[in-house]
Design a binder for this molecule. Structure first.
Ligand SMILES: [Zn+2]
Ligand SMILES: [Zn+2]
Length: 154
């Protein structure tokens, strides 16, 4: 079970405000799925989210979760981790769409989101040399995080 203690209520408030400003509805299920994603330090799979959602909404089915995830992705509140087929909250949750570079720890599944426009610009430039137009990026690096690395050293 996911602990909801220590959840960043500020972040939830922020997306509520953004939804109001955009005139889109943050239903209780959408909000709950976002809270569950935020509550977990690691990336969550749709299956894990469904299991946790069932605790408060026993009638929840896979489409319930997928619809909520689609909404949250569309609004830019979360990111999909393609290589592990899981989801994390966006570190900025802000209005503008962005490409992020994800650092994924293979030991604890913690995900760090980095945003570096110069990296994306470089990739775009390199593709343009081949007359290629990029529509989407998936930039994910696998490895070991700082806390896992220091645990192993001890
Ligand atoms: Zn982001
Ligand atoms: Zn780790």
């Amino acid at each position: 079970m996911v602990m909801v203690i220590g959840l960043d209520q500020q972040l939830v408030k922020q997306i509520e405000d953004l939804c109001n400003a955009r005139g889109v509805r943050l239903t209780s299920q959408r909000k709950r799925v976002f809270e569950l994603i935020c509550a977990s330090p690691k990336a969550s799979s749709a299956y894990e989210l469904l299991e946790d959602l069932k605790l408060s909404e026993p009638q929840a089915k896979p489409p319930t979760v997928y619809r909520a995830l689609d909404f949250l992705l569309e609004q830019g509140f979360i990111h999909r981790v393609e290589s592990t087929n899981s989801y994390i909250q966006c570190c900025s949750c802000n209005a503008h769409k962005h490409h992020s570079h994800l650092l994924i720890c293979d030991n604890c599944s913690n995900v760090i989101e980095l945003q570096d426009d110069s990296l994306v610009a470089l990739l775009t430039q390199n593709a343009e040399k081949h007359g290629f137009t990029i529509n989407n990026h998936v930039i994910e690096s696998h490895g070991i995080c700082q806390s896992c690395a220091s645990e192993k050293a001890n």
